[in-house]
Design a protein around this ligand. Structure first.
Ligand SMILES: *[C@@H]1O[C@H](CO)[C@@H](O)[C@H](O)[C@H]1NC(C)=O
Ligand SMILES: *[C@@H]1O[C@H](CO)[C@@H](O)[C@H](O)[C@H]1NC(C)=O
Ligand SMILES: *[C@@H]1O[C@H](CO)[C@@H](O)[C@H](O)[C@H]1NC(C)=O
Ligand SMILES: *[C@@H]1O[C@H](CO)[C@@H](O)[C@H](O)[C@H]1NC(C)=O
Ligand SMILES: *[C@@H]1O[C@H](CO)[C@@H](O)[C@H](O)[C@H]1NC(C)=O
Ligand SMILES: [Zn+2]
Length: 488
């Protein structure tokens, strides 16, 4: 207002230069295949000046290497040159309650509790923290999948699904792009304790708890166990890991302990487990889903994940849900790194966190043959970070390519691709985006978003319809983010 127009022009020009995108389309081919060059993250190392080939129409990776293979020249592929940008497998979020994506994060009333039933049902004199689904559950689910896709997550285990957008690894109809492996099974109340049942010394929970035989039938059985810091939380693990802990049936059904801890099981939270319990988890090859932000916000602390890693346990990250967790997997990684330093004096390697968001997560979900790494024959699920934005964790080595991917801001994403299909691209890649894509601003940085085919409307229309709910575009630090500051 009132400012002469001339003053604005030079600064806008400067901004346009400063946000120039590092990825560029340097060749348009006719085969539909795509060559992408940049720094490729693999389980061995970050490979500078590397090349991947995405095959069409299979949507799979057909080549990973230095790009000198003469066969590459024979395919009439388009080429995206990404310089020093970081090419990572798309992230896999192993724990979400995705239908809560239109609910604002809970306010911090300063109360930390000992068990999930304390806040869920207001047990033992604690404040009930209700967070009901806000509006249409299916629209909230689509909204949540969009939020995760925009931040580089291409697969989720979220308990609810919509077709398209993120792969839903817990629904056969949500696997997408011809994936046919069995879906994971996801359980919030393995002990049938939804009413808020707390036990110590026996297993008299609900009448229909999980049993060893049923859990054993799933390719993956992923369940909330021991979400709390007290004896009642530890008791849940005893009831699920020891056949002789309680052999007395309850008259109303249930009441006996079982033992489900096996290679096909993953325990979500597991905050109440002792080191001896984790030794058993390790010995059985069971896995752990780690949600540090939600743990810290609700219970004031999280796991010593170093102990789990040293014991050889496969640990994967999950965001839990919007009311108490991270809005994106990157923000979960930021929290995981900071709480491990603060609570345990441990500097987790960025590569370790990256594994928790990619290959370990694929193992938890039972999709390690198809997803979780950039390897020939796997699905071309890809996220590319340009490494430009300032990282919050200043003490990490800026040149660490893994750090640039795990701590990257959404704003700095160049490409998100699921099964070879572009879902989000930076301006420099827009020539390869379909005509149905739309241009959206992420904090002043334009991105091309290609979701309308799968969403059934443009993103902008959907965003206007849901006006007032928690945003799905989160260019930098998400608003109202629950604290990751441990209190015990
Ligand atoms: C990558 O390519 C650039 C430009 O061609 C070159 O300067 C750099 O040394 C290469 N890096 C590696 C690790 O090969
Ligand atoms: C539910 O959505 C409405 C917009 O439709 C929003 O104003 C409100 O804050 C949301 N409620 C919560 C608890 O997030
Ligand atoms: C299983 O439970 C029984 C009965 O409480 C106990 O004696 C035994 O030590 C437990 N086993 C393990 C491995 O914790
Ligand atoms: C955390 O685990 C590491 C690895 O086992 C161990 O060295 C350290 O003492 C543990 N820290 C605490 C506070 O338990
Ligand atoms: C879901 O969102 C669409 C807009 O994309 C809207 O037309 C529809 O009514 C919504 N469904 C419900 C149940 O609110
Ligand atoms: Zn949960």
């Amino acid at each position: 207002m009132g400012m002469p127009k001339l003053f604005l022009i030079p600064s806008l020009f400067f901004l346009a230069l400063a946000s120039a995108s590092p990825c560029k389309v340097t060749r348009r081919g006719l085969s539909g295949d795509l060559i992408i060059r940049g720094t490729v993250l693999t389980s061995e190392a970050a490979l500078a000046n590397a090349t991947i080939l995405v095959h069409t129409p299979s949507g799979k990776i057909a080549y990973v290497g230095d790009g000198c293979d003469s066969g590459l020249r024979a395919v009439d592929a388009s080429v995206i040159e990404c310089g020093h940008s970081i090419i990572s497998p798309g992230f896999i979020n192993t724990h979400e309650h995705i239908e809560f994506s239109t609910v604002n994060p809970l306010s911090d009333i300063g109360e930390r509790v000992d068990h999930r039933h304390d806040w869920r049902v207001g047990a033992r004199g604690h404040t009930l923290r209700a967070a009901p689904v806000n509006g249409s559950e299916i629209n909230a689910t689509a909204w949540g999948e969009l939020r995760h896709v925009f931040s580089g997550t291409t697969s989720i285990i979220g308990g609810q699904m919509v077709p398209g957008l993120a792969r839903n690894l817990d629904f056969i109809s949500g696997l997408e792009d011809g994936l046919t492996a069995p879906a994971a099974y996801w359980d919030v109340f393995p002990l049938d304790d939804a009413l808020g049942i707390l036990r110590n010394g026996d297993c008299n929970y609900g009448s229909t708890p999980i049993d060893r035989e049923t859990a054993g039938r799933f390719n993956r059985y992923i369940a909330h166990v021991g979400e709390g810091v007290d004896a009642e939380a530890a008791n849940e693990f005893a009831c699920l890991s020891n056949m002789t802990y309680d052999t007395l049936p309850a008259t109303s059904g249930g009441g006996r302990s079982t033992d489900i801890v096996a290679q096909n099981t993953a325990l979500i939270h597991a905050l109440g487990l002792s080191t001896a319990d984790f030794d058993k988890v390790a010995a059985r090859g069971a896995k752990i889903v780690w949600s540090p932000r939600s743990n810290v916000f609700l219970y004031g602390k999280t796991l010593n994940v170093s102990y789990l890693l040293e014991a050889g346990i496969t640990v994967a990250l999950g965001t839990d849900w919007l009311p108490s967790g991270s809005a994106t997997l990157n923000r979960e990684a930021v929290c995981g790194a900071s709480v491990m330093r603060e609570s345990y004096g441990v500097a987790l390697a960025p590569k370790t966190l990256w594994e928790m968001m990619t290959i370990n997560a694929a193992k938890v979900a039972g999709f390690e043959d198809k997803l979780g790494s950039l390897e020939v024959g796997k699905m071309a699920d890809v996220v590319i970070f340009n490494g430009e934005g300032e990282k919050e964790l200043a003490d990490y080595d800026e040149s660490d390519a893994f750090a640039q991917a795990v701590f990257g801001n959404e704003k700095d994403i160049e490409l998100v691709m699921r099964g070879g299909r572009i879902l989000l691209a930076s301006d420099g890649i827009k020539d390869l985006a379909a005509e149905t894509c739309e241009t959206l601003s992420f904090d002043g940085t334009n991105k091309i978003v290609c979701v309308s085919n799968e969403l059934g409307s443009t993103f902008e229309e959907f965003e206007a319809f849901l006006e007032g709910v928690y945003p799905a575009r989160l260019p930098t630090i998400p608003p109202q983010e629950p604290t990751c500051e441990p209190t015990r």
